[in-house]
Design a protein around this ligand. Sequence first.
Ligand code: 6PG
Length: 243
Amino acid sequence: MIKIFASQHELSEALAREIINLIGIASGEKSAFSIAVSGGNTPKQLFTMLGDRFGELADWKLVHFFWVDERCVPPDHIDSNFRMTQDSLFSRINIPADNIHRIRGEDDPEAESLRYENDLRKSVAAINGLPSFNLMLLGLGVDGHTASIFPGNEALFHSERLCVSTVNPSTGQRRITLTGKVINNSASVVFHVTGSNKAEIVSKIIDPNRADKLFPASLVVTANNNLAWFLDKEAGALLDKET
Ligand code: 6PG
């Protein structure tokens, strides 16, 4: 499913409503809701709106936050995905600290990837014997990376591990990232992409006539085909209407 919105604001509002709706369904069933969020810049407006406009509409005691990936920096570092989520969302809602399962970017990457993997197995309901997130929120890099799986390192997506340490090839920054085993086992996956600089890569990944090569983001598929693209007009500009 591809949804294109006239502005980033409208996109943030629609995606926030979708998240609140999914949480509401889970809380109606009195079941926990596990969400894995990405970092970078795109989620900031969504998280701020989710907290400011919709924060009162969810029973956050049922919601458990995880990260799709993290930069190997301390939690108060400007690059930290946890810090970005803390500043834009957690500072606006009343969520129990135990429901926040951050990746400890300040620790040894290999040891932390193992610890986080154990937390996933312990804390996220399993389907097919693997953690299955209710919702996986993914971003997209202009090079076609998603999570911290970068072009040329697609093998990480197919790792037997649920979570691995890696490096951002353009900055050399150490990262910890979920692998395809967990990403593709999610009940629902949303790619949240904005901006004209992403239009080219979005069309190369979505438009079958343009899929001239596979990118890491191309490898994201869900068994139940529950994958949605939430795009603003700029990011969706090169998609023809029939896509
Ligand atoms: C990260 C993200 C990464 C991000 C894309 C898009 O840690 O950077 O998880 O996968 O989603 O790089 O980033 P922007 O939203 O900043 O364009």
